[in-house]
Design a protein around this ligand. Structure first.
Ligand code: ATP
Length: 467
């Protein structure tokens, strides 16, 4: 990670540097985003004062706001606004039998190759582009670090193990969940009985998942601890392929609507990728990945899978868990699963929003996602009457939205500072505020300023922010 110890500065040298960086193109974009994230408090290296912990990241004061906004919007769209969806929040550590039944103990593996010389480990499918299809590792490929030969691939289980209780023996082995999905299957009957939902309906969950990834990296793209937003959508046993395919298509559209509509990602940066049968997870009859053009490569952002009745059949071996309320017929519902990575959403949003313009760096975040919706500035820090009025406006706005306060430096610097973190509106309290009851509101994207009556300010902002 690029070290950047200095606080934000908008001196000519910084602007000149930003301009020079502009020509360096896409290759540098990731480094700039990582640097901005650290400098402005979006994401820090984890455990940094102890030398860090490889590929662990902490969300800072602005990052937690952005991440929470994404999770809340997701919950609103997929749970709150729908009649056919309920949520749960399950334990991270489940009975280990869950992972035997789900196939994770046997199947949740990645192929690992090790350099015989320097001992560095890689995922065979990451280092040999044909491996996914052929399942044969090309031994002509040498270690990128030391040019040594690789071992034959071996399957490496990705689940993170722990022990419950003081004894570290086989009987106390447990796993941190590698996906949130299984709790939605295991809790299926409890949810059904308490929510009285009828097919088709879904269960949604947002939470942490853990995978002992062979090669984590690319900032928050691939980490060993991450967050998912998942839906298990239960449907009646399909009589024809067309029946599940129609619902699959519907969820694909919904995922696009979320990515483009709610997150504001550019359509051209997202691609659909149909997974070949040999590359699908053990439970899936069809998988489509939505891939995003990350600065390092085009890579998976979200996934959509048709899990059939695989999971419910494995967990409810004693009998079908669904009883049709009208016919009384028992069945194992089938499942369509749209799954969304929270951290990959954050990264895609930052990459899409990051812009270098003539004299500024600006995060063009959708207002609903921006950590601060507005910033309030007293024109002059040394005029108590301006500061007092500005504080009153700031305190009032704080009841309705996240608002920043800044009285350092000149107004230009404050604008630059807010642009860099994506604050949509800056409100300056000046002598007109005291005399005419008007503030100056400056728009992040157009940089235009307009006068707004203090009495109309909340209405003005709420219309703009929800437009
Ligand atoms: P990949 O092929 O990149 O390893 P996957 O296909 O194993 O991903 P899924 O099991 O489908 O991923 O997980 C659902 C979602 O969770 C992914 O689309 C992604 O957004 C997110 N995700 C998966 N693994 C990680 C990780 N190690 N770090 C961050 N997010 C992840």
């Amino acid at each position: 990670m690029k070290k950047e110890e200095n606080p934000p500065s908008h001196k000519a040298s910084t602007v000149a540097k930003a301009m020079a960086d502009k020509s360096e193109g896409q290759g540098q974009l990731m480094e700039k985003i990582i640097s901005l994230c650290k400098r402005r408090g979006f994401v820090f290296p984890g455990s940094e004062i102890y030398g860090g912990l490889a590929n662990s990241w902490d969300y800072g004061p602005l990052g937690v706001e952005l991440k929470n906004n994404i999770k809340q919007l997701w919950w609103k769209r997929f749970v709150q606004q729908r009649d056919d969806m309920v949520g749960i929040d399950a334990a991270l550590i489940m009975n280990p039998k869950v992972w035997e039944a789900s196939g994770h103990v046997a199947e949740f593996t990645d192929p690992l190759v090790e350099c015989k010389k320097c001992k560095r480990r890689f995922r065979a499918d990451h280092i040999d582009p044909n491996y996914e299809n052929t399942k044969v590792f090309d031994q002509k490929i040498k270690c990128p670090d030391c040019k040594g030969d690789f071992s034959e691939p071996r399957q490496f289980n990705l689940m993170m193990k722990t022990f419950l209780g003081p004894a570290e023996d086989k009987a106390s082995v447990a796993y941190f969940r590698p996906e949130t999905a299984q709790a939605m299957f295991v809790d299926f009957k409890n949810v059904l009985e308490t929510s009285r939902k009828k097919l088709p309906f879904g269960i949604a969950q947002v939470g942490k998942a853990f995978r002992n990834e062979v090669t984590p990296g690319n900032f928050i793209f691939r980490t060993r601890e991450f967050e998912q937003m998942e839906i298990e959508y239960f449907i009646s046993v399909p009589k024809t392929d067309a029946e599940w395919e129609k619902i699959f298509e519907y969820w694909k559209e919904e995922m696009w609507n979320w990515a483009v509509g709610d997150l504001g990602l550019k359509k051209d940066n997202i691609h659909e990728c149909e997974c070949e049968p040999q590359n699908r997870a053990h439970y899936s009859k069809r998988t489509i990945d939505l891939e995003y053009e990350f600065p390092f490569s085009r890579s998976e952002l979200y996934g959509l899978a048709y899990r059939t009745d695989f999971d419910l059949k494995n967990h409810f071996k004693d009998g079908a868990p669904y009883h049709d309320p009208e016919s009384g017929e028992k069945s194992y519902p089938h499942v369509i699963e749209p799954t969304f990575g929270v951290d990959r959403s954050v990264l895609a949003v930052l990459c899409d929003a990051y812009k270098e313009e003539e004299e500024r760096v600006v995060l063009k975040l959708k207002p609903t996602l921006a950590p601060y919706k507005a910033a309030v500035f007293p024109l002059l820090k040394n005029k108590p009457e301006l500061v007092e009025k500005a504080k009153a406006i700031y305190n009032d706005l704080k009841n309705d939205m996240m608002v920043a306060w800044d009285d350092r430096g000149n107004i230009g610097k404050r604008y630059y500072s807010q642009d860099e973190i994506g604050t949509p509106y800056c409100i300056t309290i000046d002598f007109d505020t005291l005399e005419k009851g008007e503030v100056t509101v400056r728009d992040r994207d157009t940089m235009k300023q307009e006068k707004v009556k203090v009495a109309d300010l909340k209405d003005f902002l709420s219309k703009k922010l929800n437009a």
